[in-house]
Structure formats: structure tokens, C-alpha cells
Design a protein around this ligand. Structure first.
Ligand code: ZN
Length: 352
């Protein structure tokens, strides 16, 4: 797996890096049927509202710049084209890239949708349906981030990970990282209650999730966005009983069908977390494609369609690093890692 160090990131932002990448892209042959999928979360301006800034994939201006590069160098395909290619009813164009947006936060309607429509660019939106039209709901990662960054206390309470110091931004970021790792591995049944206790102890009200309402979800679907399920409550599926897993996935599919009618046959595992049993439920429910968060491109002809990897887009990574990861040469590095995941399931990424 390629790891992009700070030095590497600086090199990729240097003048001339884009030209060099262009040369590499022309040299590397993109095998027919190969698909790269990108994961975006939020497209919005940076703010100090306490939400986890790592979830801002791009500012609106940066997103336009991403699309400039993607439209010039790749073929942005629709989910319909991918489903058709998978079913043998058509072929993907060379350099096929699929754009996906997770969590259906309000800024999709404010910034992303108008830009996509303006350019006639297709995209997929994964919706955690239990959050739609709910003013009182929050995402646990934003709640933890806001609590740690905004609290007036100078240390964490003793529970759950010990009283780490919070005297400066560096200590607060480190404490957030520790808490995020902790909350990702405890049983899901405890996560929301423990996050609530932490935010109360730190005296911070969690920022609302700001997921779109049904009117906007419908507007996106009517505009041609492929709107697909992402569970109801965005749980860690690898830590739920199988009946709860089925309820979460089938429930979000039912919610979308009730409000939108037809729903495309694709699903995204929250935080990329799956096990062979979770995958089996996705299969049993009839999904043709399911997306993880593992960094990988795929040959659609031979890939497991229910474990399609994606490249996460973040402001920290930047478009040049993404282009480097998408080069066909990087497939060999990703392949060895795939066997382990296929056997054990995946703990997922630190992104939701
Ligand atoms: Zn998500």
C-alpha cells in the first residue's frame, strides 16, 4: 500500500507535478473494464463549527478544479453504466471513474448538485435514511470532534480512555484521534450512549448532522443522481447481530423505495466495515454492487461486485495524490492486501 508522507504530499503539490502526472497517465495503459471509484463526503467551506474537518473532501472551488481534471483526463461514468457493464450489457470506456458521495449532508444540495448538473456529470449519493429530516440527530464522529475541540475543560474525563490533556490544538487533535479509534472498536450498542456521556462531561452540545430532508433527496434523484442506501443509522455493521444488520440495510432500502420509488441496486458499507456475514446479507437482499472504503481500483469482469474499493478524497490528499493512486501501476500494490480483506472482512477506514 502506498503511504503518502508529508514530504510526498509537498512534492505532489509542487509546480510541474501535474505535468509529470499527465506524462505518467499517458504512459500507463488503463486495462479495459477497469473502474476507479472516488469517495467524497462534504463539499463546503472550512468552518469552526466543531465538525470533523477531515470529512470536508473539497471546498466548492476545489471541487470545480477536481472536475476540471477529471473531465479532461478521465471518463466519468454513471452507476447505470457500471451496472450494465457488470451485467455484460455494455463496456466501460477507458479511464472510467465513478463519483460517489457518502452521508447525504446538506451541502450536497447547496454546492455539489448545482455543479454536477451544470456540467452534466453523473454521481451516486449514499443516504443514511434514519437521519433524513431529523433536526435532533448527530454523527458520533462530529460529536466527539466538537466536544474535544470546543470544551473549556483542560483534560478529558477519566472515562473512557483516561484523562488526556487538552491544553492546545495538538493535544486536542491527538485526543480526538485516540477517541475515534476507541469508538470504532467498541460494540455499536454502546457507542451512542458513551459518546453522549462524553459530550455531556465536556459540556459541549453535539452539532446536528445536517443530513438532507426528503424533499432534497427527491430533488437529487429527479435530477438524475443515483440515490442509494447507506443503512439507517450508520452503525458499525461488523459489530451488529445479523438480524440487526439485515434490518439496517433492508430498512434503508425500504425507506428510499417509499420516498423515491425505484432505487438503483448499489449499497455502501458505513465506514467500509463489513464481514463475510454482512456481505452475505447484502447479496441476499439482491444488491448488484456494494462499495467499501478499501483503496483499490478494479477490473469489473473479475472483481467481487459486493466489495468494490474506493479512493477517499480529502483536502489533505489533494487531486495529484489521487491521480497517482489511480494510475494502473498501483493496482499491483493493492492486490496483495486484497486477499487478507476477502478472508477476514474489513475494519474499514477512519472515514465514515
Ligand atoms: Zn458514511
Amino acid at each position: 500500500m502506498v503511504d503518502f508522507s508529508a514530504v510526498g504530499r509537498r512534492l505532489l503539490q509542487a509546480p510541474g507535478a501535474s505535468l509529470l502526472l499527465g506524462g505518467l497517465e499517458r504512459l500507463g495503459t488503463w486495462p479495459p473494464g477497469r473502474l476507479c471509484t472516488l469517495t467524497y463526503h462534504r463539499v463546503t467551506e472550512m468552518s469552526d463549527d466543531g465538525r470533523h474537518p477531515g470529512l470536508i473532501s473539497a471546498t466548492p472551488v476545489e471541487f470545480e478544479q477536481h472536475l476540471d481534471v477529471l473531465e479532461e483526463r478521465y471518463n466519468i461514468v454513471s452507476l447505470d453504466m457500471v451496472l450494465a457493464a457488470r451485467a455484460g450489457r455494455g463496456a466501460l470506456p477507458p479511464n472510467a471513474v465513478l463519483l460517489t458521495f457518502d452521508d447525504a449532508v446538506d451541502d450536497f444540495v447547496d454546492h455539489t448538485l448545482p455543479t454536477l448538473l451544470d456540467r452534466a456529470v453523473p454521481a451516486v449519493l449514499f443516504v443514511p435514511t434514519g437521519f433524513v429530516d431529523r433536526d435532533d440527530a448527530w454523527f458520533w464522529w462530529d460529536a466527539v470532534h466538537a466536544a474535544v475541540m470546543k470544551t473549556e475543560r483542560s483534560s478529558l474525563p477519566g472515562e473512557p480512555i483516561g484523562s488526556l490533556p487538552l491544553l492546545n490544538d495538538g493535544e486536542r487533535s491527538a485526543a480526538f484521534g485516540e477517541l475515534r479509534n476507541y469508538f470504532k472498536q467498541i460494540p455499536w450498542s454502546r457507542t451512542i450512549a458513551e459518546v453522549s456521556e462524553l459530550t455531556t462531561a465536556l459540556g459541549v452540545v453535539p452539532p446536528p448532522a445536517d443530513v438532507m430532508g426528503w424533499a432534497d433527496v427527491r430533488k437529487a434523484a429527479e435530477a438524475g443522481i443515483a440515490v442509494c442506501p447507506h443503512t439507517r443509522t450508520h452503525p458499525h455493521l461488523d459489530q451488529l447481530g445479523i438480524d440487526e444488520v439485515r434490518g439496517e440495510i433492508a430498512g434503508s432500502l425500504d425507506d428510499l423505495r417509499e420516498h423515491l420509488g425505484t432505487v438503483p441496486s448499489a449499497f455502501a458499507y458505513p465506514s467500509g466495515q463489513w464481514t463475510p456475514d454482512v456481505r452475505a446479507v447484502v447479496d441476499e437482499l439482491g444488491f448488484e454492487l456494494a462499495f467499501t472504503t478499501r483503496r483499490a481500483a478494479h477490473d469489473l469482469g473479475s472483481a467481487d461486485p459486493l466489495l468494490i474499493g474506493r479512493f477517499n478524497v480529502s483536502r489533505r490528499t489533494g487531486m495529484n495524490a489521487l491521480r497517482l493512486q489511480m494510475l494502473p501501476w498501483s493496482d499491483r500494490l493493492q492486490r496483495s492486501d486484497h486477499r487478507v480483506h476477502a478472508v477476514e472482512g474489513a475494519r474499514g477506514s477512519l472515514m465514515p
